[in-house]
Write a protein that binds this ligand. Structure first.
Ligand code: DC
Length: 229
């Protein structure tokens, strides 16, 4: 269903890894006829490039230089987006364990955040965007009309991640994913720049026992109310 009005709003969806943000955000975008923007994919793309170039992941200046030279593009397509790194389709490789294990360090570099946040704001400037990440409601789009902080228990998040990766990486266990998720939550919430936290005006949505469709319906309901006022 496309929205029967020309007015468009921005929707910010934040929360920890594996809370279901991307699945739900994608559905919301589809239901509203909006563009879905996965900001985590941008940090992952910079990370992939750094790994491929053999960069020292503890050297912020080197990482920032790599990000500055890099052309990251998100190309919307029905039901999601493709990610281009200097023109190369890296939609799949940015989901590898190597990238997942290193991305927190890249996302903690202030110069890289500045660069990507600028890009994210440009994409959202004409509104009609559903953007997911960690700092969208607090920092990237503080004036988003709808803000959701989506969460779920660590165990549930690990199970969801496992379902995503089990075919590609069959040796991965739910326990190891749970540990990695807890570790990543800690790094993301304790970092100095734009730590993961719920915006004061965001609605908390615990999806532990909620289907993606149900979560998406709830958010679309919030959008409907925001568009009515
Ligand atoms: O959502 P994800 O797992 O693809 O995110 C990858 C990493 O990027 C994660 O460690 C958090 C970080 N990130 C961030 O710091 N800010 C964002 N807006 C999006 C992601």
């Amino acid at each position: 269903m496309n929205w029967p009005t020309t007015a468009k709003i921005n929707v910010a969806i934040d929360g920890p890894a594996g809370a279901g943000k991307s699945t739900v955000a994608r559905k919301v975008a589809e239901m509203l006829g909006y563009i879905y923007v996965d900001t985590g994919a941008m940090y992952r793309t910079v990370t992939l490039k750094a790994i491929r170039e053999g960069a020292d992941l503890n050297n912020s200046a080197e990482l920032a230089r790599i990000a500055e030279r890099l052309d990251v593009r998100l190309v919307p397509e029905p039901g999601g987006q493709r990610v281009l790194m200097d023109g190369e389709d890296v939609t799949e490789p940015i989901r590898s364990q190597a990238v997942t294990g290193a991305v927190s360090r890249v996302a903690a570099v202030p110069a890289i955040r500045e660069l990507l946040v600028r890009l994210q704001r440009e994409i959202a400037a004409s509104r009609g965007v559903v953007m997911d990440g960690r700092d969208i409601g607090t920092n990237v789009l503080p004036d988003a009309e709808v803000k959701v902080f989506m969460t779920a228990s660590v165990r549930i998040r690990a199970e969801r991640r496992w379902n995503e990766v089990k075919d590609r990486e069959p040796s991965t266990s739910i326990e190891s994913l749970a540990e990695a998720i807890a570790e990543r939550d800690k790094t993301d919430s304790e970092r100095d720049v734009s730590p993961l936290r719920q915006a004061d005006d965001a609605v908390l949505l615990d999806t532990s026992h909620m289907s993606a469709d149900e979560a998406a319906e709830r958010i679309v309901g919030m959008c409907r109310r925001a568009l009515e006022v």
